[in-house]
Design a protein around this ligand. Structure first.
Ligand code: F6P
Length: 534
């Protein structure tokens, strides 16, 4: 008996399978021939954002069936439960209420949401009023964290860096236990004026603790003997006692609510490096953008609801067209870390197979998310989109920005890529291109097959007015809610991450000299020992 949570049992699922059979053999350009108003029918505008789905392999009938799937899967009830603070993270017995941090829904009764101490500390740092052990003011902050305690703040700091006039404190991010990561961040740092924020909700993440200890050693080696290194630390954590044991002043340890998951936490105290580096105004604009998107998601009918539409199209590609990846292509230097942030968001949230009732799904869940910034990727991996053997769905994220020649060129490139990857070039087009180079006819015939690009690559374009704090907040919340939509329809809990625990457990076992090892691990470790001269 299939689980009642499995979407495969829903009537719309069967109808979508029929639509997929009908559309699998169609080329994307032919869909535009059938329907000249395709762009109007398959794109949506909301508050300056344009979501274009017209280059996806679907048509209005298939979209209607997807919308029916959302209804049959109880997405409306899901959204109500999510915003209403029900325990949607049922394995950990708590709600997922990061939206409450943006003011778009109520927090659980008794929740401590007072950010005044956090903001006062950030403002004091910006004003040069926080001094280190030698009384020199702090001018550099290094955030040590990993996963959700790194990727979101790092992305936002990079994205908004050039939009903020005053940056009195330099901000760096260190995540990797590879010593080079911290070393590079410390290359231009002066111990007397450097402060570390140890960002770890649990204060138990091995990489973060190892880097925090290395940071403390670096300070001790450079500050006068007996200097109070605690003046060079703050923490964002719920484990105040563990942070205090490390030597961080409880008055400088800022908590985040337990009902905010790591990958959804940049809106909480985990945003401290943003408050310091970008200032309160930018942080509040970020929250305001996300809040606007929350309200849109909560209140808009599915047919015009951007996260719902994006979620459904992703599900269509994954489950009905058998497309296993999603290439995310932001056309903005500031969004160069967006793919990494999205990988955690999508794959840690929805890379699962167990449904909420404990049964297993047979549908595919999260796509394999990857990507890179445009136009850089065009000169690297786009070749595979043009002439490889796979169909690769893509999200083009395009902030329009100013009327500056290179900026226009950047945006024009995004449009050109999406169009060229859909239209492709047939053998006649290849011959024409070669003749235009003045090649003899025999050369034209020899080379033409190598210039053929089948086209037909599906893509979504998300156009936004510019990359500022407000629109970035919208963008991040848009993807967060897309992930909720998909997780709900697949019937999984998007808010736990038990899988990653196994790797951590294995690392502990292998590090333990007495620990059990499989044959290959034992052999590899022996070789590594020999290589390090042990
Ligand atoms: O290893 C996965 C993970 O638990 C993520 O979910 C989380 O964002 C990251 O580790 C960091 O966790 P913490 O903030 O507790 O150090």
């Amino acid at each position: 008996m299939p689980s009642t949570l499995s979407p495969e049992a829903l009537p719309a699922w069967a109808s979508l399978q029929d639509h997929a059979v009908r559309l699998q053999t169609r080329t994307l350009p032919s869909l535009f021939v059938d329907d000249v108003s395709r762009f109007d029918r398959l794109s949506r505008n909301w508050q300056g954002l344009t979501l274009d789905l017209s280059r996806q392999r679907l048509d209005p009938a298939a979209l209607d069936a997807l919308l029916a799937l959302a209804t049959e899967a109880g997405l409306a009830e899901g959204i109500r439960a999510f915003f209403g603070g029900e325990a949607v993270n049922h394995t950990e017995g708590r709600p997922a209420l990061h939206m409450a941090l943006r003011g778009s829904c109520a927090a659980p009764a008794g929740a401590k949401l007072d950010q005044r101490p956090l903001r006062a500390f950030a403002a004091a740092l910006r004003a040069g009023q926080v001094a280190g052990a030698t009384d020199a003011p702090i001018t550099r902050v290094i955030n040590i964290g990993i996963g959700g305690s790194d990727l979101g703040p790092r992305l936002v700091a990079e994205a908004l860096r050039s939009t903020v006039a005053e940056r009195p404190v330099a901000i760096d991010f260190v995540a990797n236990i590879d010593p080079r990561d911290l070393e590079e961040a410390l290359e231009h740092a002066d111990a007397a004026s450097t402060l570390f924020i140890v960002s770890s909700k649990s204060f138990g993440t091995a990489e973060t603790l190892a880097n925090a200890q290395a940071g403390r050693d670096w300070l001790r080696a450079r500050l006068p003997a007996g200097a109070d290194v605690s003046r060079h630390f703050a923490a964002v954590s719920n484990a105040t006692a563990a942070a205090a044991e490390f030597g961080i002043d409880p008055a400088r340890t800022f908590a985040l609510p337990e009902w905010v998951g790591g990958r959804y936490s940049l809106w909480s105290a985990i945003g401290l490096p943003l408050l310091v580096g970008l200032g309160e105004e930018a942080f509040d604009r970020l929250l305001a953008g996300a809040r606007a998107l929350d309200e849109h998601f909560r209140d808009t009918p599915f047919a015009d609801n951007l996260p719902v539409l994006m979620g459904l199209v992703g599900l269509w590609n994954t489950d009905f067209l058998g497309l296993e990846t999603l290439a995310v292509l932001p056309y903005a230097h500031g969004l160069r870390n967006f793919p990494a942030w999205l990988q955690q968001l999508e794959m840690e949230s929805n890379g699962k197979r167990t449904l909420r009732d404990g049964s297993s799904t047979t549908a595919h869940t999260s796509p394999i998310v990857w990507g890179g910034v445009g136009t850089v990727g065009q000169h690297a991996f786009h070749q595979l989109f043009y002439q490889g053997t796979r169909s690769v769905p893509m999200d083009f994220i395009v902030p329009v920005g100013d009327d500056e020649p290179r900026q226009r060129g950047l945006v024009g490139n995004a449009f050109a890529q999406a169009a060229a990857l859909m239209h492709g070039r047939d053998i006649d087009g290849a011959r024409t291109a070669l003749r235009a180079r003045g090649l003899p006819e025999a050369e034209v015939e020899r080379l033409a097959p190598h210039l053929v690009c089948p086209g037909n690559q599906p893509s979504t374009t998300l156009l936004m007015p510019r990359l500022d704090a407000f629109h970035l907040g919208q963008l991040l919340a848009l993807y967060e809610h897309k992930v909720f939509v998909q997780g709900w329809i697949w019937g999984i809990n998007s808010f736990d991450q038990y899988g990653v625990e196994l790797g951590k457990e294995m690392a502990r076992r292998l590090a333990d000299a007495e620990g059990e090892r499989d044959a290959t691990s034992a052999s590899l470790m022996a070789i590594a020992d020999a290589l390090r001269g042990g």
